[in-house]
Design a protein around this ligand. Structure first.
Ligand SMILES: [Zn+2]
Length: 213
């Protein structure tokens, strides 16, 4: 029995080797996550009637979002589409429980693990900090997904209101947004969508008034 246990210990000893080839997952800026979903996601493109239009070029997108380089570039177009399509439902989630469940799934799917590490960027030797890790050989879409998921987890840690991750209520728009406003009542991806809906509501009101008079 003792011998078996020793065998178990030596197996355990192999784990740090596996960790050595893992990579630290840096969070994307949150606006990168939003643009990723809106520019590459299948649903936002379809609802806007843009399914047949070209994606942004990778060079353009990386120029607008240099943090994408941290996950290794260039990416295949399909990597960004795959990550965007996994992320869109998080913004569409009906309630906080669904948001949490979807993000838990994505943490698993991106093979993210939270690890505590000593030291850090400062010279303070006593520091311990938490870092998200992922297999060093994770696929392109998994690396993109990982950095996006960590961004959302960080964002929710600062602002744990799931309603602030949303889908635009504009006409023919399923773009996502994060609401960082003090009031937290955002419903549109952009002023363009907001103005369009308000104009339509105003005209409907005018028509109704004209009919009545
Ligand atoms: Zn919109």
């Amino acid at each position: 029995m003792l011998f078996m246990r020793d065998g178990g210990v030596s197996q355990k000893g192999a784990e740090p080797m596996a960790q050595d080839v893992s990579r630290t997952v840096e969070a994307f800026p949150i606006d990168l996550v939003v643009d990723l979903v809106n520019e590459w996601g299948t649903v936002p493109r379809a609802v806007a009637g843009e399914s047949d239009e070209a994606y942004p070029t990778l060079a353009e997108f990386i120029a607008a979002h240099p943090a994408l380089r941290a996950v290794g570039s260039p990416h295949a177009e399909g990597d960004l589409v795959a990550a965007a399509d996994r992320l869109h439902p998080v913004f569409a989630a009906a309630d906080a429980a669904s948001t949490a469940a979807l993000l838990n799934e994505l943490v698993d799917d991106a093979a993210l693990a939270l690890r505590l590490e000593a030291g850090g960027e400062t010279s303070e030797l006593a520091l311990v900090h938490a870092a998200w890790r992922q297999a060093g050989d994770a696929s392109g879409s998994t690396r993109v997904l990982g950095s996006a998921v960590v961004a959302l987890v960080d964002w929710l840690r600062d602002e744990p209101d799931a309603d602030r991750l949303g889908i635009c209520e504009g006409d023919a728009c399923a773009d996502v947004y994060v609401d960082a406003s003090p009031a937290g009542r955002r419903r549109f991806c952009s002023l363009t969508c907001q103005n369009r809906v308000r104009t339509r509501a105003y005209r409907a009101q005018q028509r109704a008034a004209a009919t009545r008079s």
